[in-house]
Design a protein around this ligand. Structure first.
Ligand SMILES: Nc1ncnc2c1ncn2[C@@H]1O[C@H](COP(=O)(O)OP(=O)(O)OP(=O)(O)O)[C@@H](O)[C@H]1O
Ligand SMILES: [Mg+2]
Length: 416
């Protein structure tokens, strides 16, 4: 795989999505995309069948390779929020009345990152929230500032070691090396949010197939991540039971006629709903479908609303809400979310990249495209670091290395 190509692998509950980005003049162009259904390989974001997952990864990667005309050997992969936990930690060092140097900054991050992590969990991100110098908070870049005491607050994102290892195992069996792992919501944020939105405060809601993830970004950092084990698959089940029809027909009907606001469905419009085996096709009003979808979606948004309210205590969310994931395409969802959360809401289509922008114009590709962008940023940071410490100094190592993760583990630091 040439140096200037970056692969992203989104392992979702319903589909695996492989994205290839090419770096040209400091900008990423998307040159390949492949998607394959997981066919029961995952449940609620967790790998439950290795064979099916590996098969889906291979298929998605082959498709992306054909489109890009290259071979993908390494990827940045995503890990779902359901398996992750956040630990807040703080570190403090003395700087003896002089200017803060980059080495001091590294040292204080190291101090803040030194926490006891249970043996069944692995660190995937150390996200710097802010620096404080002599008690003055809200500092994003402390280098060059004069002071005596330097403090740092970090979010340490950990993932269940087993689910992480299963992701690595599937990628490895599909012939891929994993360059790095990112929290899916952090990756999606890279693809759909502007810097201004992240600064002013925004709720990123990923309505996937198996789970719904709420991520709060404010003052340019991820502040909170919350996962509900409910998603588009539940809508399909509700439709299948409520109409009633087969799961396959329910999925098709949802995608073509799905709407979550009665006001948007023409009261006279009738749908042809194939009956279950041996039963006749029935004519049902589209408004009935809207009712079924509305019930479930409203329930999800109300549950998320409580978390959003809690987040608003600490961070005003001036940029409103952004919806990603395939379920974001249900008609009326932005309107319903805007009303329920009392904030401006839009659908998050991947932006900030060039190339096949028409192909990736879909909120369900946000995480895949975001993983490529995350990989690009990570590589840029690593390059800057090498320039600063050509001998490789300045980085401290993490905890004792275990399992497959140890082969790819790097201490990524996302400095605000
Ligand atoms: N046009 C559409 N209208 C309504 N729902 C849709 C549409 N297109 C896709 N979906 C639904 O979106 C869901 C898949 O979304 P997505 O691809 O974001 O999930 P995933 O990443 O595979 O799963 P997860 O993020 O939950 O692990 C499915 O439930 C699918 O039915
Ligand atoms: Mg997803």
């Amino acid at each position: 795989m040439p140096q200037d190509l970056i692969g992203g692998l989104d392992i979702g509950t319903t589909k695996i999505c492989a994205v290839v980005g090419e770096v040209r003049e400091n900008q990423v162009d998307i040159v390949g995309l492949g998607c394959s259904p997981t066919n029961g390989g995952l449940r609620k974001g967790v790998v439950v069948n290795i064979e099916n997952t590996v098969r889906a990864i291979r298929k998605a990667v082959e498709e992306a390779e054909t489109m890009a005309g290259c071979e993908i050997r390494s990827v940045y992969a995503g890990v779902g929020g359901g398996q992750t936990k956040v630990i807040n930690s703080q570190g403090i060092i003395a700087i003896k009345d002089r200017e803060v140097t980059p080495a001091d900054m590294e040292r204080v991050i190291d101090t803040a990152s030194t926490v006891a992590i249970p043996s069944d969990r692995e660190v995937i991100h150390t996200l710097v929230q802010e620096f404080l110098i002599d008690g003055q908070d809200g500092i994003k870049d402390p280098v060059g500032i004069h002071g005596v005491r330097l403090e740092c607050k970090v979010h340490i994102v950990t993932s269940a070691a087993t689910s992480l290892n299963n992701i690595l195992k599937c990628a490895s069996r599909a012939g891929l090396e994993v360059n790095g792992i990112a929290l899916q919501s952090l990756a999606a944020g890279e693809a759909v949010l502007t810097d201004e939105e992240k600064e002013l405060g925004v709720a990123l809601i990923d309505f996937g197939g198996g789970v719904t993830n709420l991520a709060i970004f404010a003052e340019n950092a991820l502040r909170q991540n919350f996962v509900l084990p409910v998603g588009g698959n539940n809508l399909t089940n509700d439709i299948a039971v409520g109409l009633p029809t087969s799961l396959h027909s329910a999925e098709e009907i949802k995608k073509h006629y799905g709407c979550c606001l009665n006001a948007l469905a023409d009261p006279m419009e009738m749908l042809e709903v194939p009956g279950l085996t041996g039963r006749d096709t029935q004519q049902l009003p589209r408004a009935r479908l809207a009712e079924i979808i509305h019930l479930r979606v409203a329930e999800i948004i109300n549950l998320l609303g409580k978390e959003v309210q809690r987040a608003r205590f600490n961070h005003p969310l001036h940029s409103g809400a952004v919806l990603t994931g395939g379920t974001a395409l249900v008609h009326g969802l932005p309107e319903l979310t805007a009303e329920a959360l009392q904030m401006h809401t839009r659908i998050g289509y991947p932006v900030g990249v060039g190339g096949l922008i028409d192909v990736i114009h879909d909120p369900s590709f946000a995480t895949g495209v975001g993983l490529v962008l995350y990989g690009f940023k990570t590589q840029q940071k690593a390059q800057r670091k090498t320039e600063r410490w050509p001998q490789g100094g300045g980085w401290s190592r993490g905890r004792s290395d275990r399992g497959l993760w140890s082969r790819v583990k790097k201490w990524f630091r996302e400095v605000v």
